[in-house]
Design a protein around this ligand. Structure first.
Ligand SMILES: NC(=O)C1=CN([C@@H]2O[C@H](COP(=O)(O)OP(=O)(O)OC[C@H]3O[C@@H](n4cnc5c(N)ncnc54)[C@H](O)[C@@H]3O)[C@@H](O)[C@H]2O)C=CC1
Ligand SMILES: O=C(O)C(=O)Cc1ccc(O)cc1
Length: 355
C-alpha cells in the first residue's frame, strides 16, 4: 500500500518513522528546514533528500515538524502536490485540524495523527527505528477525511510497529492531557525542585527520582507549544494534582497519616491501570525478579541465556547500579506464574536471586 513516502521534518520523530519505513523497503524522501539535520538523517539511513517531482506524488507525506508550523507546512506540501495522502504527528490534534481548515488545506487527504512513542531528546541522532514498536498511534479523522486516506495512514502506523487507535480530536486532546502533557509538567516540577538541592543531596539520587524526572529533559520550547495548544485540559489535571499535593502536605504537617495513605493507595491503583506492552493488559500481570549481576561485559547476555534455557520469556528489564560498585541489580519482569521457576533455575545456575 505504501511504496513511497515523504517525511517533512527530519528530527526525532520524522527520522524514526523514516527508519522504520526504509526497513520495509519503502523509498523515503526527507526534507528539513535545517540542511545539517537533513544530511544527518540521510547519513543514518533514513532516506534520501526530497526531490520535488510534481508529476509523481508519493503515497503519503508525513509532517513531523513542531506543532506551530504543522498547518502551514501541510498547506505548502499540498500545494506542491507532494503526496496523495498527508498525515502529521503533532502531540495535539484539535488545534491542528482547525488551523489547517482555516488555512484552506484539503481536509479529505489529511489524516491527523499522533504516535504515542517518543523520547526526551530531539533531532535525528536520537531517532530509533523501533521507537513506535508496541505503542498506540492515535488517528483523528474528521468528517471530511477520505476513508482511503485513513486506511493508508493506518497501514503506515502498522508498518512502524504501532497499534492505530482512531478517536475524535477533542477526546484525543483530553486523553493526552492526562497521560502525557500533565505528567510532563508534574515531572518538570519535581525536577525543578532539584535545583534547590546541594550536590551531596543529589549524589544520593536513585532510580526513583530518575524515573519521575526523565521526561522533564524534553525541549522546553517544543513543550510550551504542545501545552499551549492543549491548555484547558492540561490545566484542569494540574489543578487536581496540585490539590492532591496540597492535601498531602497539610496532612503530613498535622501527622494525619490517613489522608496520605489514601493518596498513596490511589497512586498504586492508578499505576496499575497503565496497560502493559501487549495493550489492555495491566503491568501487575508481570512480577519483577531482582537478580544481582556483576558489572562486566557479557553478564546480561549470560543472564538472558540462562532465562532462555529455563524457557522463561523476559517481558521487560531494568538495570539498577550505583556508580563505582562492581555489582548491579537486573530487575527482570516476567509472567507471575513463571517467576518461581525462573528464580529456581537461575539460583541452580549460581545467580544470586532475590524474589
Ligand atoms: N518528542 C517526542 O517524543 C514526540 C513528539 N511528537 C511530535 O512530533 C513533532 C516533531 O517533534 P520532534 O521530532 O520531537 O522534534 P525535533 O526537534 O527532533 O524535530 C523537528 C524537526 O522539524 C524541523 N522543522 C521545523 N520547522 C520546519 C519547517 N517549517 N519545515 C521543515 N522542517 C521543519 C526542525 O528543523 C527539526 O529537525 C512535534 O509536532 C511533536 O509534537 C510526537 C510524539 C512524540
Ligand atoms: O519520552 C517518553 O516516554 C514519551 O512518552 C514522549 C512523548 C512526548 C510527546 C508525545 O506527544 C508523545 C510521547
Amino acid at each position: 500500500m505504501v511504496e513511497r513516502a515523504v517525511v517533512v521534518g527530519a528530527g526525532l520523530i520524522g527520522t524514526s518513522i523514516a527508519l522504520a519505513l526504509t526497513r520495509h523497503g519503502i523509498r523515503v524522501e526527507l526534507s528539513d528546514r535545517d540542511p545539517a539535520t537533513l544530511r544527518l538523517a540521510c547519513e543514518l539511513g533514513a532516506g534520501h533528500p526530497l526531490t520535488t517531482d510534481p508529476g509523481r506524488p508519493a503515497d503519503v507525506a508525513v509532517i513531523a515538524a513542531p506543532p506551530r508550523v504543522v498547518p502551514a507546512v501541510l498547506r505548502d506540501a499540498q500545494e506542491r502536490g507532494l503526496a496523495h495522502v498527508y498525515t502529521d504527528v503533532a502531540s495535539v490534534k484539535a488545534s491542528m485540524i482547525s488551523e489547517a481548515g482555516a488555512l484552506g488545506c484539503d481536509l479529505a487527504t489529511y489524516v491527523p495523527g499522533h504516535p504515542m512513542g517518543g523520547r526526551e531528546k530531539q533531532g535525528p541522532s536520537a531517532a530509533r527505528a523501533d521507537l513506535f514498536l508496541g505503542r498506540s498511534w492515535a488517528l483523528c479523522p474528521t468528517a471530511k477525511t477520505d476513508p482511503g486516506a485513513l486506511a493508508l495512514v493506518t497501514a503506515l502506523a502498522e508498518l512502524c510497529g504501532a497499534t492505530p487507535v482512531t478517536l475524535d480530536a477533542a477526546a484525543h486532546d483530553r486523553a493526552v492531557a492526562l497521560v502525557s502533557h500533565a505528567p510532563h509538567v508534574a515531572s518538570a516540577a519535581v525536577a525543578a525542585r532539584l535545583l534547590g538541592g546541594d550536590s551531596d543531596a543529589l549524589a544520593l539520587a536513585g532510580q526513583g527520582v530518575r524515573d519521575v524526572t526523565r521526561i522533564a529533559g524534553g525541549d522546553p520550547g517544543m513543550w510550551l507549544e504542545i501545552l499551549g495548544h492543549n491548555s484547558r485540559p492540561v490545566a484542569d489535571i494540574l489543578d487536581a494534582i496540585a490539590l492532591d499535593l496540597a492535601t498531602a502536605a497539610t496532612a503530613l504537617r498535622a501527622h494525619e497519616g490517613e489522608a496520605v495513605t489514601e493518596l498513596l493507595r490511589r497512586g498504586v491503583a492508578g499505576h496499575d491501570r497503565i496497560p502493559g506492552k501487549h495493550g489492555g493488559r495491566a503491568m501487575p500481570d508481570y512480577t519483577v525478579l531482582p537478580v544481582v549481576i556483576p558489572d562486566e561485559p557479557g553478564a546480561l547476555g549470560r543472564l538472558f541465556a540462562a532465562a532462555a534455557d529455563a524457557g522463561v520469556n523476559i517481558e521487560d528489564v531494568r538495570i539498577d547500579h550505583s556508580p563505582g560498585l562492581p555489582l548491579g541489580v537486573a530487575q527482570l519482569s516476567v509472567e507471575r506464574l513463571a517467576v518461581a521457576d525462573l528464580a529456581q533455575a537461575l539460583a541452580d545456575r549460581g545467580w544470586s536471586v532475590h524474589p
